[in-house]
Design a protein around this ligand. Structure first.
Ligand code: HEC
Length: 136
């Protein structure tokens, strides 16, 4: 064994020795319990966190209209049929409720889908349509 190889081996084993000491130093009880704790948190069936209901409680047609539809349908912006204006609505109503509802829910030309009320249920949109056709 020549000299350079021997000193190299000594260097390696010295390093190994020091790193073992470093590991041994971290044997405090908190470090140990951190290391042996189970990985991941477990939810037992039936103990699931309560998830907020995805459907918001039903709001009135007027409440939806005032908040989301009025900006266009009060004044007839971009030729939107105006609230309570029988002439504006006559030909539209003649398409049938299903078509009106589908256009309002999916969008129709400049009419944005759901009138931008993305958390509105279909029933709330229909209530808003009924309100704007006949607010009284
Ligand atoms: C950004 C403006 C805008 C908003 C907000 C808006 N609308 Fe409209 N809406 C329009 C326009 C413009 C039209 C006419 C589209 C056309 O006939 O080309 C329209 C048409 C409609 C129609 C008639 C569709 C048909 O088949 O003739 C219904 C119903 C309707 N909107 C419902 C709603 C409801 C309900 C809301 C609120 C939840 C709403 N709109 C919000 C612009 C808007």
């Amino acid at each position: 064994m020549d000299l350079s190889l021997r000193s190299w081996l000594i260097a390696i084993s010295t390093l190994a020795c020091f790193s073992t000491m470093a590991i041994a130093a971290d044997m405090s009880s908190s470090a140990i319990s951190e290391r042996i704790k189970p990985s991941g948190n477990i939810h037992l069936e039936g103990a699931e966190p309560v998830v907020a209901a995805t459907t918001t409680p039903s709001r009135t047609g007027q409440a939806i209209y005032d908040q989301y539809c009025a900006s266009c349908h009060n004044s007839g912006l971009m030729a939107a049929p105006k609230k309570g204006d029988a002439d504006d609505w006559a030909t539209r109503v003649s398409q049938g409720d299903a078509v009106l509802a589908e256009h309002a829910i999916k969008g129709f030309n400049a009419m944005p889908a759901k009138g931008t009320c993305m958390d509105c249920s279909d029933a709330e949109i229909v209530a808003a349509i009924n309100y704007m056709i006949d607010p009284n």
